[in-house]
Write a protein of this length. Structure first.
Length: 150
């Protein structure tokens, strides 16, 4: 990993945020804004193969016309990492819904202090090293950080 990426905020992106970003009717939605922040290298957006598969499956079922935008966003904005192995999940049991546990584990293994999702309750009680928040809340935090540069 290059030195510049070590200083960028690292954010793990869940499937619902990818879906919302790809399907966004506006250029100003929080999900798409987060992906654009990654595209212009202000943050490092990370996700896992499980997340990509889930988002793509949901788009195929509900909004197939958004698939080209989704694939472009994935290629330009995200670093996609391997899913945790099943044997790596045992120590994390009970920290998130079983279906979402691999996402929490992947976020922690990748050193992402933030996991962005609309399904915050699925990641409770969570892990102390990963703050789970909604896309709009992350955008507000970035705005506050930028305002502090004055």
């Amino acid at each position: 990993m290059n030195q510049a990426s070590q200083h960028k905020p690292r954010v793990f992106v869940d499937a619902d945020v990818l879906f919302a970003g790809a399907a966004s009717p506006s250029e100003h939605g929080a999900s798409l804004t987060i992906l654009r922040l990654a595209e212009i290298t202000l943050i490092e957006a990370v996700t896992s193969h499980q997340v990509i598969t889930e988002a793509e499956r949901n788009l195929e079922e509900k909004l197939p016309m958004a698939l080209p935008a989704f694939r472009l966003l994935v290629s330009r904005c995200l670093r996609v990492v391997a899913d945790p192995r099943p044997e790596d999940l045992g120590a994390w049991a009970g920290m998130a819904d079983p279906q979402d546990l691999p996402i929490l584990v992947a976020a922690a293994h990748e050193g992402c202090p933030w996991l962005v999702t609309f399904n915050v309750r699925h990641f409770q009680p969570g892990h102390p090293d990963v703050t789970v928040l909604r896309p709009g809340d992350l955008v507000l935090r970035v705005r506050e950080l930028l305002a502090g540069l004055e």
